[in-house]
Design a protein around this ligand. Structure first.
Ligand code: UDX
Length: 444
């Protein structure tokens, strides 16, 4: 099958590489000529396990190519996927300008039946806007041409995106008629062999499913962070509470890990966008606003503990382990590490940071500044620092040599933003261990 994908970002590239892998011919269009050249040489502009290899093999097999030529791209694919960004506006609403621009571009070159597939995360009603944008351009051209618009939201997790695409939990297809629905079934056939994972629904329900799923996951996290804050005050250990709660299959163990807040390109943006969408209909979304507010405060948790411990952070240096918003990615969007570093700097403190892959990304964001030292190893971050803070639970941070760490730090203080470490072990080594909601265990 011939597939065209607009937007060579995260979703676009993973989708392109995985469709090419199963034998399709995929063309990716991007307006950024430099990015297109980099991709055509087989280099992925961000870190995602397994993606580099898939891109290279797709290109070498002649099944994947990158272009800035929209006319060529619209001619190529029966399937025209839109996978461009929908950044949040000031009021939390999703900015649809890039999605609608792609819709107009497709319409400008449309001269045969095409199914236009919206993969970007968009508010309910976007498919209608895409349809209007396409019709308008076709009318200006004086052309009458059949096409369909479907919603096909993406549920990839960064760091595990290739696996998620190859083995999806579900393939949501929002289509209002049979023809595009059947075409979508054929498109996903290779990923739908053993169990039928296609859930066919109307377009609006598909659009809402994506927002609702992300908002539900974010809600679970904020709920647990609230429980952790209560646990701390009543002298309980949230890690025991979590296990006790999770063993009820109606609750489950996934996404109930308390921490220093959720980040990333999806949860913060989608919770706000869903709340905004609700308000636009005249409905006040009380739960969604609270999910966001709890997360906002949780991202300040470690900083509050640091202030309480040191009194003032002026002149203090904090060793920071983990910069990416979660392990296995170099994505720093809405990362809790950023809030923490910025708060330390605002107090006159400094940071020595290490992350297995997000150092370059951090350099791009903050440049050279005297209060940020990016170092080559987790141990080096601790050299001469007043305390250690763990923000991202990367595997290499899971079993450190605490005796060595203790000898490198000025004070044996550890702020554990992901409840990664055993409070008893640290206590035996003489550490002051601040964790999330573990008052019962971390007290010295
Ligand atoms: C998420 C959704 O999982 C995915 O389905 C959707 O397509 C995009 O958004 P992603 O942003 O890649 O994926 O990361 P995810 O693994 O879901 O983690 C999001 C954030 O929640 C991270 O900051 C993580 O640290 C945090 N988190 C996750 C917790 O704090 N506790 C948990 O129990 C789980």
């Amino acid at each position: 099958m011939n597939i065209t994908i607009f937007g060579s970002g995260y979703v676009g590239l993973v989708t392109a590489a995985c469709f090419a892998e199963v034998g399709n011919h995929v063309v990716c269009v991007d307006v950024d000529a430099r990015k297109v050249a980099t991709l055509q040489s087989g280099k992925c502009p961000f870190y995602e396990p397994g993606l580099d290899g898939l891109l290279t093999s797709g290109i070498e097999a002649g099944r994947l190519r990158f272009t800035t030529d929209a006319a060529d791209a619209v001619r190529h694919g029966t399937y025209q996927l839109i996978a461009v960004g929908t950044p949040p506006g000031e009021d939390g609403s999703a900015d649809l300008q890039y999605v609608l621009q792609v819709a107009r571009t497709i319409a400008a070159h449309l001269d045969d039946y095409r199914v236009i597939i919206n993969k970007s995360t968009v508010p309910v009603g976007t498919a209608d806007k895409v349809r209007s944008a396409v019709s308008e351009v076709l009318a200006q051209r004086g052309v009458s041409q059949d096409y369909d618009v479907v919603s096909n939201p993406e549920f990839l997790k960064e760091g595990a995106a290739v696996g998620d695409f190859r083995k999806p939990d579900r393939i949501i297809v929002g289509a209002d008629t049979d023809r595009p629905a059947e075409l979508m079934r054929s498109l996903y056939e290779p990923f739908n062999r053993n169990h039928d994972r296609v859930l066919l629904m109307d377009v609006r329900s598909a659009e809402l499913t994506k927002y609702a799923a992300n908002a539900m996951l974010a809600t679970k996290i904020s709920f647990m962070n609230e429980v952790a804050n209560i646990a701390e005050r009543v002298g309980a250990d949230v890690e025991l509470v979590r296990r006790g709660m999770g063993s009820d299959p109606r609750i489950g163990f996934h996404f109930i890990y308390p921490g220093c807040g959720y980040g990333g390109s999806c949860f913060p943006k989608d919770v706000k966008a869903l709340a905004h969408l609700a308000r636009e209909t005249g409905f006040a979304p009380r739960l969604l606003d609270s999910v966001e507010a709890v997360n906002h405060d949780q991202k300040r948790f470690l900083h509050a503990k640091m202030r309480a411990h040191f009194g003032s952070l002026a002149g203090r240096t904090i060793a920071l382990w983990g910069l990416a918003f979660k392990p296995n990615t170099d994505d720093m969007r809405e990362a809790p590490s950023r809030e923490l570093m910025e708060a330390i700097w605002a107090d006159g403190g400094a940071v020595r940071a290490y992350d297995p892959v997000a150092m370059e990304e951090t350099r791009k964001i903050y440049g050279d500044r005297p209060d940020l030292t990016l170092v080559e190893s987790a141990e080096e971050a601790c050299e001469g620092a007043d305390a250690l803070a763990l923000v991202t639970e990367w595997k290499p941070f899971q079993s450190p040599n605490f005796e060595l760490i203790a000898s490198l730090l000025k004070e044996k203080v550890l702020f554990d933003g992901r409840n990664l470490y055993n409070p008893e072990t640290l206590r035996d080594l003489g550490f002051r261990h601040y964790a999330i909601g573990r008052a019962a265990r971390v007290a010295v």
